[in-house]
Ligand binder design. Structure first.
Ligand SMILES: [Zn+2]
Length: 535
């Protein structure tokens, strides 16, 4: 006990300077939590309108102009101070309300998926606009969730005279892993105590410790330059940049046998030349290199750069590359996750209607996956995985997706709340994942998630020891052997030009389908879709 004292003393001092005056009895806190839940239930209509409006904007990464304008407008009306265009990203913002410590930052992504346009509430592929982007992941729901939570907490803070600051910020171009490393570089989280991130899922869930089946990545674009020539008349005078792209890709496709099994390397050719009778003088290939940790990601990047150089040598072309995105593998605060999990069990899953379940099962039938319907049981909080960097055999993990919240999780104690707005069994990044996203399933998921978020904010505001525990875990466990270092090089800049052309092409048609809540109760009504009825 005596040994513990010196450690506890500084923590106590921090607690006093933080939010000791916010302390309340557990009974009082429980009462306020019930009040928060009631307030959020009373904001159901706002939840539906916000969720459906953002769904109808359907904007790709870096082009979230309507979404950003809409959300900042709402927050401004609520008395938040808005800082626009943060970190050199036009659609990014930080909305701040309140005073003093603790500073709690609520984030969620707002961009969508190429080719995922889909009528909501219809359990098979039915694009609203053929080829257009759509919310085929569900990023339309997360910021509405955070806004609901913030509005409810703000009322309580005003009434109870609680000190603390709320900051709301959007994940821009998450599907491109495009911005959060730049947020960190710009110092957006310097004064933040805790980050609560929300991401759509198919159940109420929070991860404690390293992400399960997640990776980090760098997104790198290679452009080869050669020489044009008549492809039939004088091919010997040409130098084909497309040959270089194909050789680089072929090199990688042989090399994949000889890297760790959990590595993920994938590419698209974004420019393969103009027409067959002109030797392509310009060609571009875009790679994602995913791995379990910083060093293994850097290793893949180095192999890729070598492949590109080798392909250039083979073809007599030159190559340049640029970084389009990056993400650290996530690591989530165990103390905050444990607290949030208590709130998850308190809130529980939404009451699904027969129509909700019927839609889910019909989609699962269409996708040929088990027809389990929507989640009816909250999963256990998984024990954090062991922190060993390297597994026994050195072959790496099993691989998986990435999220640039990882970068933020390495500079501030962070958790990600998953909430049940999606139908289980979807392939992800697909029209199928959009089907529930402007239906009562999404709306109920947002309301449940907002309650968990609000209750967790209250815990952080009123229990300063929770913030101290989170920082103790962050400093002495999470960061004990691993220190964050950015993938960004000093000259790298956010790739804000991405998706500009696609949005230019589809926006005029999409505009005609923006949700008008002054005329229609729900977006389904506007589209003439009767919920629970489909052919
Ligand atoms: Zn996402």
């Amino acid at each position: 006990m005596r040994k513990l004292l010196p450690k506890l003393l500084p923590m106590f001092v921090i607690a006093l300077t933080a939010s000791a005056q916010n302390r309340m009895t557990p009974e009082r806190a429980a009462g306020i939590k019930a009040d928060l839940a009631g307030q959020i239930d009373a904001m159901k209509k706002q939840a539906q309108v916000m969720n459906d409006t953002v769904f109808s904007f359907g904007e790709l990464g870096f082009q979230e102009f309507e979404t950003s304008k809409y959300l900042t407008g709402l927050l401004e009306k609520e008395g938040f101070k808005i800082e626009r265009g943060v970190a050199g990203i036009p659609t990014a913002f930080v909305a701040t309300w309140g005073q003093g410590k603790p500073v709690i930052a609520l984030g969620s992504d707002i961009d969508d998926i190429p080719q995922a346009s889909q009528k909501p509430g219809i359990p098979y592929h039915a694009p609203m606009i053929e080829g257009a982007p759509g919310h085929g992941e569900g990023h339309n729901s997360g910021m509405p969730l955070n806004i609901l939570a913030a509005m409810a907490v703000k009322q309580v803070m005003e009434r109870e005279h609680l000190t603390g600051t709320l900051k709301l910020w959007p994940g821009i171009a998450e599907e491109l892993l495009g911005t959060k490393a730049y947020y960190v570089r710009a110092g957006l989280f310097k004064d933040v105590d805790i980050v609560l991130f929300a991401h759509v899922g198919d159940n109420l869930r929070v991860t404690a410790g390293p992400g399960d089946r997640t990776t980090g990545l760098v997104s790198v674009e290679y452009t080869f330059k050669g020489e044009t020539a008549h492809a039939a008349g004088a091919p010997w005078r040409g130098r084909s940049a497309l040959d270089a792209v194909e050789l680089m890709d072929t090199g990688w496709n042989f090399r994949r046998e000889h890297i760790r099994v959990g590595s993920r390397v994938h590419y698209v050719i974004t420019n393969g030349g103009d027409q067959p009778n002109v030797v392509p003088s310009n060609a571009t290939v875009w790679y994602y290199y995913r791995e379990a940790d910083y060093q293994h990601i850097m290793n893949l990047w180095k192999i890729g750069d070598d492949m590109a150089q080798a392909a250039a040598l083979m073809t007599g072309t030159t190559v340049t590359s640029r970084l389009l995105g990056s993400a650290w593998p996530g690591h989530f605060s165990v103390p905050i996750a444990e607290d949030m999990y208590q709130n998850i069990t308190k809130v529980g899953l939404p009451q699904w209607s027969a129509q909700d379940q019927a839609l889910a099962k019909a989609l699962q039938h269409d996708l040929k996956v088990p027809e389990r319907g929507l989640a009816i049981k909250i999963p256990e909080l998984k024990k954090p995985q062991p922190l060993s960097e390297e597994d026994d055999n050195g072959i790496g993990g099993v691989g998986g997706g990435s999220d640039d919240i990882g970068d933020i999780s390495w500079v501030v104690p962070t958790v990600t709340l998953n909430y049940p707005s999606n139908i289980p069994g979807g392939p992800g990044h697909n029209w199928a994942n959009a089907i529930s996203m402007a239906t009562p399933i999404a709306h109920k998921g947002v309301v449940a998630g907002a309650k968990v978020q609000a209750m967790t904010i209250l815990d952080i505001l009123t229990r300063p020891e929770l913030v101290d525990k989170a920082w103790d875990y962050f400093r002495n466990v999470q960061s004990k052997d691993t220190k964050y270092q950015t993938f960004l090089r000093p000259d790298d800049k956010p790739a804000i030009w991405l998706n500009e052309k696609i949005m230019e092409k589809y926006r005029p048609q999409m505009k005609a389908l923006y949700y008008d809540p002054s005329k229609y109760d729900t977006y389904l009504d506007q589209l003439g879709i009767k919920y629970g009825e489909w052919k």
